[in-house]
Ligand binder design. Structure first.
Ligand SMILES: Cc1ncc(COP(=O)(O)O)c(C=O)c1O
Length: 365
């Protein structure tokens, strides 16, 4: 099989050195290994601009959804209620999690191309004092929209509620001062902007609120408090830890530092994204999001009167070295291109040239 780079929102293209770290089969109870876990947790705190006086980090086996599900099912009690703010499939997934776990919830939904309004959140919180938590997505990967969690965080804090943020596809790629923005629990995963491989998610948590959640969890394996209690002792994971993934992640963090931390990585992603949108526009391909487009992934409409299918285009591009993503909208025919991972402007130029060639070959009359 021919190799290709991923222009998807994760798993994403990682470096050779990150992949090479996984060639070692590490012992889980070994002190060196536990020290790696502790170091990762410390570095994630730094990336979130918080420290271990009032924040802590929990690593959780599984994909990103496991991390989100862990928080929602562990920190909201049966006598509490969460306001889930949605404008895409990942917000809707939180509603699904709440339904499955029978967590009391209510929703505030906006269309997929519109950001939620902090004022509306404030009104809802004022009207319904039974709401104790607010949960929302930062980068809605469904569309590529970047929600204003800073503004929502402010009103959530002012009203004394707990704020949960799914920053799966943005943490590390967009700077998020966790405490300053009023966030109590923020979730992301190993295979997104830190540029590791899939296998665990991580949660930066307000320590006092995490401790207060003891005993609320509805699941054993996803019990956030229990996971933290064990991990916080000496870095040993509660159940089998994804050792290879952890080693790769530690390397990815090191490489992130070498690149210049979040500011440099964020700039590279924003530059990739701006170039992508500009080149696509030159080909007459328009973005679905008009305001608040994020730097992670972009949803594009197909050119007018096209006759090809997504599979035709995907195959053509894949044979030439890149994998793109189908659209995830229910009301419009679209495709998506991600620009995170070990991706540079030359990759964007290349993929756009391939798309241009594809459109010329498939010109509709
Ligand atoms: C914003 C957001 N939330 C949650 C998820 C779910 O993560 P996973 O597919 O790793 O379970 C994703 C995946 O891309 C995402 O982008």
């Amino acid at each position: 099989m021919k190799n290709y780079k991923l222009l998807t929102p994760g798993p994403l293209t990682t470096t050779e050195n990150v992949k090479k770290e996984m060639l070692f089969d590490h012992c889980t109870w070994d002190d060196d290994y536990k020290a790696i876990t502790l170091k990762i947790r410390e570095e994630l705190l730094e990336l979130g601009h918080v420290n271990n006086e009032d924040y802590t980090v929990v690593l959780m086996q599984g994909s990103g959804t496991f991390g989100v599900e862990s928080v929602l099912t562990s920190v909201i009690g049966d006598d509490e209620k969460v306001l889930i703010v949605t404008n895409g499939a990942y917000g809707e997934r939180q509603v699904d999690i709440a339904k499955h776990a029978k967590i009391p919830y209510t929703t505030y939904s906006e269309p997929y191309n519109k950001i939620p309004d902090a004022k509306k959140v404030a009104e809802i919180l004022k009207k319904d004092p039974s709401i104790t938590h607010v949960s929302m997505i930062h980068s809605e990967t469904t569309s590529g929209l970047l929600n204003d969690i800073e503004a929502v965080g402010k009103v959530v804090k002012e009203s004394g509620r707990t704020f949960i943020v799914d920053a799966m596809s943005s943490f590390g790629g967009v700077d998020i001062p966790v405490k300053e923005w009023g966030i109590d629990f923020i979730v992301s995963s190993a295979n997104k902007c830190i540029q590791g491989v899939p296998g665990f998610s991580f949660i930066i948590a307000n320590k006092a609120k995490l401790i207060a959640s003891e005993g609320k969890a509805r699941s054993l394996s996803l019990d956030l408090y229990d996971q933290w209690k064990t991990m916080d002792k000496d870095g040993k994971w509660r159940f089998t830890s994804p050792t290879h993934v952890v080693l790769a992640f530690a390397k990815a963090l090191e490489e992130m530092k070498e690149e210049g931390g979040i500011p440099a990585r964020s700039k590279r992603y924003y530059d990739n994204n701006h170039l992508l949108i500009e080149r696509m526009k030159e080909m007459g391909i328009d973005t679905y999001i008009k305001d608040h487009q994020g730097p992670i992934i972009t949803t594009f409409f197909y050119p007018e009167h096209h006759t090809f299918s997504f599979t035709d285009m995907y195959q053509y591009i894949k044979e030439r070295g890149y994998a793109i993503y189908p659209g995830k909208l229910t009301d419009a025919d679209t495709f998506r291109i991600g620009n995170i991972g070990e991706i540079y402007e030359e990759d964007i130029e290349k993929v756009c040239a391939i798309i241009k060639e594809f459109l010329e070959v498939n010109k509709s009359e």
